[in-house]
Design a protein around this ligand. Structure first.
Ligand code: ADP
Ligand code: MG
Length: 247
């Protein structure tokens, strides 16, 4: 049996109450095996971000459990959860979320500083080199392209060597050339370093880089695809699973 780095069991998330109650996740059970690349797809509002936020300990589910690296998140207090999130979980957002007044290197070392650890310059240099930006260490985000900023965000997410990297539409704000570079980087992290990666995307071409695709519809798992994946085969399966969107 492959080791699951992340397991989600019976996840339910409800927001609001009464007439305004929304069920964002409606009983999702799945897992992400170590050293694999999973894409999460589905229509807007199907619960993709909610799933990622719960799996990453950014939100607590209404029901169900999340286990990361052998630790059940619901059994942690807020401080322990914050520490686990900081040390064992990487998260990359569509909007990069870099600090504009800090250089690329300072952004990358920030998670270590927040954890009270002294960043080794060698490690920061290696993290920037791993995303192809060794020569941009002293640049501020405003002096970098969108694709370069996202690669700095990925280096920042990886500096603590997390058990899992989550990315919510990481190529959503990038042009196709920059997207390809980011996807190649994520694929390489899995293939060369055994990193576990879970990525939300709308784009069948992006999702085809994954080993496995989960399709969400109305907060439930509607389908699951495994390789070999091509952009065309992914697009066709997405259209089958969510026919209301393909007309
Ligand atoms: P996706 O990422 O697939 O577009 P989300 O996970 O963001 O979907 O949202 C799933 C559903 O939950 C949507 O109907 C959304 O409006 C609702 N939702 C998400 N976050 C909140 C929130 N903080 N409060 C109320 N409803 C929310
Ligand atoms: Mg979303």
């Amino acid at each position: 049996m492959t080791t699951q780095t992340v397991t989600l069991t019976g996840l339910r998330v409800a927001y609001g109450s009464g007439l305004r109650r929304v069920t964002a996740l409606d009983g999702v059970t799945t897992g992400f095996a170590g050293g694999t690349f999973t894409a999460v797809m589905g229509p807007s509002g199907s619960g993709k971000s909610t799933l990622l936020h719960c799996a990453a300990g950014l939100d607590r589910p209404t029901e169900g459990t999340v286990t990361v690296d052998g630790v059940r998140l619901d059994q942690l207090g807020e401080d322990e959860l914050t520490r686990l999130r900081r040390d064992r979980i990487g998260f990359v957002f569509q909007a990069f979320n870099l600090i504009s007044t800090l250089t690329a290197a300072q952004n990358v070392e920030l998670p270590l500083r927040l954890a009270g650890r002294r960043p080794e310059p060698r490690d920061v240099t290696a993290a920037l080199a791993a995303v192809g930006l060794a020569d941009r260490a002293r640049h501020r985000p405003g002096e970098l392209s969108g694709g370069e900023q996202q690669r700095v965000a990925i280096a920042r997410a990886l500096i603590t060597r997390p058990a899992v990297l989550f990315a919510d539409e990481p190529t959503g704000a990038l042009d196709s050339a920059a997207s390809r570079q980011v996807l190649r980087l994520l694929r390489g992290l899995v293939d060369e370093h055994g990193q576990t990666v879970v990525m939300v995307t709308h784009d069948p071409t992006a999702a085809a880089n994954a080993d496995r695709i989960l399709l969400l519809a109305d907060g439930r798992l509607a389908d699951e695809l495994t390789g070999p994946l091509t952009a065309a085969s992914v697009a066709a399966r997405v259209a089958d699973a969510t026919p209301e969107l393909s007309c």
